[in-house]
Design a protein around this ligand. Structure first.
Ligand SMILES: [Zn+2]
Length: 235
């Protein structure tokens, strides 16, 4: 079931307040149209009764696809407020454990910080890809193209639409302008080799070490590394 809750929302243009129903969670098995709405950027969009402005309200949202066992929690947050988001997320997991019967193991829930990341993650999981391996490929792309891909200014997004049986596509996005700038391809053979390694050895220490979760992001990892003394990622 999807969960809708009423909030008192103020229009950012004319400041008029009105009650608005906003989604806490969407279940795309019971409400498949909500997946479409999310892709069309039409979830939690409010139309002001005063000035008719349509605007999106960014709030936490749980995306649930029971058929594919996908659960992703979106906590809209600026890069500098990451700690707060991770605290919110821990709280959600705790609430969930209280709700579930003792014998049920809580599901794995992904954590994303904006709608773009959420949509990217949905497509990636729907394509049967592993988010840690995809982020690892991004990590390699970032570090091998360090001269033109500065993680402070550029984001890499997995592009499911243009990926083929031979190659996986990534789009370079400028963080400030949100413009998509270039396309990078990665041989799918590399993914397959990594996936095989990952399957064979559940520990796959390097991947799990790099991306322990709940947030799995090459860019966040690189920014963290850059914030420290310039140390080798191998150390
Ligand atoms: Zn208004």
């Amino acid at each position: 079931m999807s969960e809708l809750k009423t909030y008192q929302i103020r229009c950012p243009r004319c400041r008029q307040e009105q009650p608005a129903g906003l989604y806490e969670s969407i279940n795309v098995k019971t409400d498949p149209d909500l997946r479409q709405k999310l892709m069309a950027n039409a979830i939690n969009v409010v139309r002001c009764e005063g000035c008719e402005l349509s605007f999106r309200v960014d709030k936490p949202l749980l995306y649930h696809d029971p058929s594919r066992r996908i659960m992703i929690y979106l906590v809209p947050m600026a890069d500098d407020a990451v700690e707060n988001s991770e605290r919110l997320f821990a709280q959600l997991l705790m609430n969930l454990e209280n709700v579930l019967p003792a014998e049920v193991r809580p599901p794995t829930i992904g954590l994303v910080f904006n709608r773009t990341e959420l949509v990217e993650r949905i497509f990636l999981l729907e394509a049967g890809l592993n988010e840690r391996i995809i982020e690892y490929l991004k990590y390699l792309l970032f570090t091998r193209n360090a001269d033109r891909l500065n993680p402070a200014r550029k984001e890499l997004l997995f592009n499911a639409e243009d990926s083929t049986a031979e190659s996986l596509c990534f789009v370079v996005q400028d963080v400030a302008t949100r413009k998509l700038e270039a396309m990078l391809k990665y041989d799918r053979g590399v993914y397959a080799t990594l996936a095989e390694m990952f399957d064979r050895d559940e520990q796959t220490p390097r991947l799990l070490e790099l991306f322990p979760g709940p947030r799995i992001s090459a860019r966040a990892l690189l920014l963290k590394e850059l914030g420290r003394e310039p140390a080798s990622p191998e150390s």
